[in-house]
Design a protein around this ligand. Structure first.
Ligand SMILES: *[C@@H]1O[C@H](CO)[C@@H](O)[C@H](O)[C@H]1NC(C)=O
Ligand SMILES: *[C@@H]1O[C@H](CO)[C@@H](O)[C@H](O)[C@H]1NC(C)=O
Ligand SMILES: *[C@@H]1O[C@H](CO)[C@@H](O)[C@H](O)[C@H]1NC(C)=O
Ligand SMILES: *[C@@H]1O[C@H](CO)[C@@H](O)[C@H](O)[C@H]1NC(C)=O
Length: 789
């Protein structure tokens, strides 16, 4: 006890000192007190960054350089540079999953937001950016206190392709535009928008076609994803492209798997040509943890470790076929940083063997060191940095924790509400039976890649703020292997005015390295829900926690289950948000970011089949709402409200001229049935604007998510059902109306991808759908006369 109390006195003392003269963290480099280095070029904040980087590289020996190619970068004491751990994580709050971040007595916890799949369901881009801002405030505060890094390997923006994927929970869902918008918004929040300076450096991962962890004997370390050019261009690449070109992310991580026979971390076409060349990444490319080792040891992609090192850094010897326009003359690298020791161990020998030159190593260092400079790590005294004032008082603040609550409220999806039974009333539902293995969940609510939360409000606690509760787990845990506690649960339901069953999954069912084998509720959960529903005195509400979709057809059709909520993994305040929605303090506005398939869907496709498009002849159903039109439990975009909204299209163009690039050659006199290459159109800001009136015809205020889908004219093999082209979130008071302007970029959003992977704008009638409203817009080639054939 004595130790404990004196410890907290010391930490209180330190807290009081914070912000005074006490320097919390020593300089990473360029310490103004260090007479040896302060006049060296790389330390001069007034000098152009590329000059500083060149100066520093010029001073390093090859041996020193190769030790900077790994996450656990070695110090260079003679140049006053400390070691640095690159690996930190902040998927939905500062996390201690990476070794770069630790919680301690000064920083015992951080604000843990809902898991990303839940936050994505809000369809609110300003919320995503706001969360990023809060997370980076807390990250900077912890960095200042010496307990965190500045380089965060988040977000995960892989497409949630298959409902079984254990890491689908970490992603923004199955739609490329949703995922890309999430990526760009969250990255802007994390990195800040102060020009070239970085608040923290984010990382979009895992590039690319990574969405299988461990299924039916195939694991991510050995999986070769066979992906068509069409699917790469119109599905897998989209969130990464938007993350790099719109979000300006400072890093991209390549994945463990191979794509079409080449490890992504050694593929010059992916790294050099696409990420750096086409998308112009201004930042570094990092491997997934030990993936360079993986492609040597597990995939036997090269015969020596030195070749593996060389292949990664150069991303192969193939000469890039596109000209790189870059501010650095020698920026031609593939991988720049290895999460894992492999490059530190083998790169020097690779240079000795002539597989790689020192210039190649320099190229990698330019990319990593520039990011560190943009973070201010070479600017000397860390307390003089613009974020140098942040400290323990800036972590878990009431405002931050309120945003975690708000995010959960915005993300929870109301799937069913017959009657309507919801919201419950504290006057009529004075006693609520709270039942189920997730009914008093805490850690389960934050999913994976989380940290230590500031505190939790479990569903039981949340509901307890509105009503008396009778609590029964019903099953010991989500596996629910027996019915021993069913009797107690049924009894509770018989006594209460309403019954809330909090069921679903947790990390024992879906996680990193754990893909699901089925979509039904585990064990006897379904049986528990049905029995309790049949016995309960009052209305029964089912609340589901899960990242991936669950086939709950039985509950959808069950006459005694009047309400169903999907809470995802709703974060530290999840139970409060669930209760606020159940009792109507908050009006739900979330929409499903993935298709909820029936269990039977799984029998029709192997998880290893990457094809997005359906094939009737092969009996292959296709994936996601864009390509699958079979039976569903709930569709992508489903989500109810306690009020009703009606849309009317106030204005929209019916014909849009697409100006063509005058340099085109060939016979273009008849384009009416064609799809022109995006690269042959003068895209610029060419867009169409819709004005939509959203009227709240109910008696409660609410938020509405306007989803705009387009269906292109039928054509040569794009086989697309429809695609999301825009979404807007709008708050509308009861009986009021709001006009929403929606802008749709023609080349980016109304284009499709042909079988060769070429993005094209189909000319002719595109059908836009906004709820029940349909509108047709015809894209026509403009000024044929200017085209010389
Ligand atoms: C619910 O969980 C909280 C926090 O873990 C715990 O303190 C409390 O005892 C639990 N309540 C019940 C009824 O199990
Ligand atoms: C161009 O196409 C038109 C219409 O299909 C056709 O009549 C004409 O002969 C073509 N011209 C050439 C030069 O191929
Ligand atoms: C242009 O193509 C369309 C569709 O194939 C066809 O109906 C139309 O007759 C063609 N026009 C000319 C001038 O060839
Ligand atoms: C989106 O989220 C932000 C941040 O929580 C909030 O201020 C805003 O009201 C939300 N938008 C809508 C339409 O609900």
């Amino acid at each position: 006890m004595g130790w404990r109390s004196s410890f907290s006195v010391i930490s209180l003392f330190l807290v009081l000192l914070w912000g005074g003269t006490c320097e919390a963290r020593e300089a990473f480099a360029c310490d103004p007190k260090d007479g040896r280095t302060k006049n060296m070029g790389f330390c001069k904040a007034s000098v152009a960054m590329e000059e500083r980087v060149k100066d520093l590289i010029g001073r390093l020996t090859l041996q020193e350089k190769v030790r900077l190619l790994v996450n656990n970068a070695a110090p260079v004491p003679r140049l006053g540079i400390k070691g640095y751990e690159w690996w930190s994580e902040a998927l939905h709050g500062v996390s201690n999953v990476g070794p770069g971040t630790k919680f301690d007595s000064l920083f015992p916890s951080a604000t843990i937001f809902p898991q990303v799949i839940t936050t994505a369901a809000s369809f609110n881009a300003s919320l995503w950016q706001a969360i990023g801002r809060v997370v980076s405030d807390e990250a900077r505060a912890m960095y200042n206190g010496g307990t965190a890094g500045l380089t965060y390997w988040s977000p995960n923006v892989n497409i949630f392709r298959d409902p079984r994927w254990g890491r689908g929970q970490e992603t923004p869902g199955e739609d490329p535009v949703l995922a890309g918008t999430y990526a760009a918004s969250y990255v802007r929040g994390l990195q800040g928008t102060d020009g070239n300076r970085l608040k923290v450096a984010a990382c979009c991962k895992h590039f690319t076609a990574y969405d299988l962890d461990n299924w039916n004997g195939v694991d991510r370390f050995h999986f070769n994803a066979r992906v068509s050019k069409q699917d790469i261009e119109d599905t897998f690449d989209v969130p990464f492209r938007m993350c790099v070109s719109e979000g300006k992310v400072a890093s991209v991580m390549c994945s463990y798997n191979q794509v079409n026979g080449v490890p992504t971390c050694a593929d010059p076409n992916l790294l050099k040509n696409t990420v750096r060349g086409l998308w112009q990444l201004d930042g570094y490319i990092v491997s997934d943890c030990d993936s360079v080792g993986v492609f040597y040891d597990n995939q036997h992609y090269t015969s020596t470790p030195e070749e593996a090192a060389a292949d990664a850094i150069k991303a192969g010897y193939v000469v890039a076929h596109i000209q790189l326009t870059s501010r650095f003359s020698f920026l031609t690298t593939g991988l720049d940083l290895d999460c894992g020791p492999f490059l530190a161990v083998h790169t020097q020998d690779a240079v000795k063997k002539g597989l790689l030159t020192e210039t190649d190593v320099n190229g990698a260092l330019v990319n990593t060191l520039t990011v560190q400079m943009r973070l201010g790590m070479f600017d000397g005294d860390p307390s003089a940095h613009p974020y140098g004032h942040l400290g323990p008082k800036d972590v878990c603040t009431p405002a931050h924790q309120y945003l975690a609550l708000e995010a959960a409220r915005q993300g929870i999806v109301l799937l069913k509400n017959t009657g309507p039974v919801l919201p419950l009333s504290p006057h009529h539902h004075r006693t609520v039976a709270v039942i189920g293995p997730n009914s008093n969940a805490t850690v389960t609510m934050i999913g994976n890649y989380a940290g230590i939360a500031c505190g939790y409000t479990s569903p039981l606690q949340g509901i307890g703020r509105y009503a008396g509760t009778i609590h029964q787990l019903g099953c010991e845990n989500v596996a629910c292997t027996n019915d021993r506690q069913f009797g107690l649960a049924i009894n509770a339901a018989r006594q209460a005015d309403a019954t809330v069953l909090v069921m679903g999954l947790d990390q024992s069912i879906e996680a990193e390295t754990v893909d699901r084998t089925g979509l039904l509720l585990p064990g006897h959960q379904q049986d528990l829900v049905s029995k309790v529903a049949s016995a309960s005195k009052g209305p029964t509400i089912l609340v589901l926690m899960s990242g991936g979709p669950v086939d709950i057809t039985f509950a959808k059709n069950h006459p005694r289950i009047a309400g169903i909520l999907w809470a995802g993994y709703p974060g530290q305040a999840g139970g409060a948000a669930i209760a606020d929605i159940l009792f109507g303090t908050a009006n739900p506005g979330g929409k499903l970011p993935v298709t909820w398939y029936p269990q039977d869907y799984l029998t029709k496709l192997a998880m290893t089949n990457m094809a997005m498009r359906a094939s009737k002849s092969a009996g292959y159903p296709g994936r996601t709402y864009r390509f699958y039109n079979g039976p569903m439990v709930y569709p992508f975009g489903h989500g109810l409200s306690y009020t009703h909204f009606v849309h009317t299209l106030e204005s929209a163009p019916t014909v849009v001229a697409v100006p063509l690039n005058g340099h085109r050659r060939g016979n273009v006199t008849n384009l009416s049935n064609r799809a022109i290459r995006v690269s042959h159109a003068r895209c610029g800001k060419l867009s169409i604007t819709l004005q939509v009136d959203v009227k709240n015809v109910g008696s409660r205020d609410g938020t509405h998510t306007l989803l705009v889908f387009s269906a292109p004219p039928a054509g040569a093999g794009w086989a697309l059902e429809k695609q999301l082209v825009a979404f807007e979130k709008v708050h509308v008071a009861a009986k009021a109306q709001q006009r929403v302007g929606v802008n749709i970029h023609v080349c980016n959003l109304l284009s499709v991808v042909d079988k060769s992977g070429i993005r094209r704008i189909p000319l002719g009638e595109h059908s836009l759908h906004i709820g029940r409203v349909k509108h047709s817009v015809s894209l026509q080639p403009q000024a044929l006369g200017i085209i010389k054939s």
